[in-house]
Design a protein around this ligand. Structure first.
Ligand code: 5RP
Length: 218
């Protein structure tokens, strides 16, 4: 089974968590896209969705799903999104698509976060995937120097601006043994908007598409 087929299988399995007449949060990326395509076939089931990026908002609209503003919906029962890396503790690295800030906001507003991925994303220790950090442009060098002091190797994501008008530094060479502590430390650096560690608010359910079917970790 290809990695894309595994992503699709995980996305289809997440439909089970969607209840009729609700508004849910929807993430960004190729796995989330499979989820949106699957939602499109259950038209009318949802009252609407909160999107974690402009790209996702467009795809939801095309699928006939009303896109709502989080400021008008209140808390959400469910958020479904992919990840770049995940551990069995359901700690994640996200932001490969650069949507980490809105993703973290929607995750924080959601009662249940269901993460969908292919099984290659499951790792023992986070950090082989470069950790994305959204930074206010004027703080680029300041934050980069602080990241070097923390043992990382920050690389500017060239030609990329986030939906919020900021830059992304992808931090290589981090072996993240304590993701909760590092997430907190990075959030305290002046100029950092959001870091891609989802550990303080991890996923609640991790659905992994694999060759021998879909596996669910809670
Ligand atoms: C976007 C994300 C995505 O969830 C992550 O990059 C995984 O993407 P894909 O589903 O395409 O493998 O965090 O910011």
């Amino acid at each position: 089974m290809s990695s894309d087929e595994k992503k699709k299988a995980a996305a289809l399995a997440a439909l089970e968590y969607v209840e009729s007449g609700t508004v849910i949060g929807v993430g960004t990326g190729s796995t989330a896209n499979h989820f949106i395509d699957a939602l499109a076939k259950t038209k009318g089931k949802l009252d609407g969705a909160v999107a974690s990026s402009d790209v996702t908002a467009e795809r939801l609209k095309k699928a006939g799903i009303p896109v709502l503003d989080l400021n008008t919906t209140g808390d959400l029962p469910l958020y479904v999104d992919g990840a770049d890396e995940a551990t069995k503790h359901l700690h994640l690295i996200k932001g490969g698509g650069g949507a980490l800030t809105r993703e973290k906001i929607v995750a924080a507003a959601s009662e249940k976060f269901v993460c969908i991925a292919d099984d290659s994303k499951l790792v023992d220790v986070l950090g082989a995937f470069p950790l994305p950090i959204e930074v206010i442009p004027m703080a680029r060098s300041l934050v980069a120097r602080a990241l070097v002091k923390l043992g990382g190797e920050p690389v500017l994501r060239e030609g990329f601006t986030t939906d919020n008008g900021n830059i992304i530094l992808d931090v290589h060479n981090l072996k993240i043994l304590n993701p909760v502590e590092l997430e907190e430390k990075l959030d305290h650096l002046a100029g950092v908007v959001t870091n891609g560690l989802f550990a303080r608010r991890p996923a609640d359910v991790l659905i992994l598409g694999a060759d021998d079917g879909v596996k669910t970790l809670t």
